[in-house]
Design a protein around this ligand. Structure first.
Ligand code: COA
Length: 197
């Protein structure tokens, strides 16, 4: 497997991969809310939106994992120290996505303050390639960069399913966040945030 920098030509493939990967995590309440099964794939609108947002991340360390057959099987977005914007531009608005985005930024601001840290903003692996070392390779790529930079501290928000995976890679759970969902039962949606020092 090869790790390469992603380019603007990749953003639609990365967006489709991301949605397929999150949607395949049937333990994730967030995935169910963002990609409800009734709006079946190919989730065209979501892919458009995510591709635009991934394009913005081309200025960060946007890396893709390529299988021996030449297929993109995973990707990660690593942000260098000082590049993670925690300005709360999204209000505590009516949608679940808005509340979720506001919550993760508030927590990073509160927990990390003025500390320097690398931020793993996104990590996804094609479900057909789970448990084959792709995720580990994409995380370790960033950890090596962090260590070489002299700032080894890294922060991320995990999915519930990924907590054990990140723990194996040297992260520890700092705490858990939650926001209320939009569904009538007003369930809370929870996720861990994690630190590596
Ligand atoms: C979480 C995810 C990135 C893991 O990727 P992966 O390529 O399957 O992981 P790897 O094969 O590199 O696994 C590395 C280690 O973690 C373990 N691991 C992987 N997924 C795990 C899981 N769900 N639960 C427990 N351990 C897990 C592996 O067994 C392996 O352990 P080992 O070192 O003892 O062999 C992938 O499942 C995924 O894309 N999930 C959906 C999106 C997501 O949750 N992203 C992360 C949150 S933003």
């Amino acid at each position: 497997m090869k790790i390469l920098r992603a380019s603007s030509r990749d953003v639609y493939d990365l967006a489709a991969l991301e949605i397929r990967s999150f949607a395949a995590d049937d333990t994730s309440q967030i995935a169910r809310l963002m990609y409800p099964p009734e709006k079946q794939p190919p989730y065209k609108e979501q892919i458009e939106r995510r591709a635009a947002s991934i394009s913005d991340n081309l200025r960060h360390h946007l890396i893709k994992a390529i299988s021996p057959e030449g297929k993109i099987v995973g990707y990660a977005t690593w942000k260098s120290p000082g590049q993670d914007s925690v300005d709360i531009t999204t209000s505590n608005g009516p949608s679940f996505a808005a509340r979720f985005k506001a919550r993760v930024k508030e927590t990073r601001k509160e927990k990390m303050g003025q500390r320097q840290y690398w931020y793993l903003a996104m990590l996804v692996v094609d479900p057909d390639y789970w448990r084959q070392g792709v995720g580990r390779t994409l995380v370790q790529w960033g950890l090596h960069l962090a260590d070489a930079s002299g700032t080894s501290t890294c922060f991320l928000e995990a999915s519930v399913m990924a907590e054990a995976f990140y723990t194996k890679l040297g992260f520890r759970t700092l705490g858990w966040d939650q926001v209320q969902t939009d569904v009538a039962s007003h369930d809370m949606c929870r996720w861990p945030y994690m630190l590596r020092e």
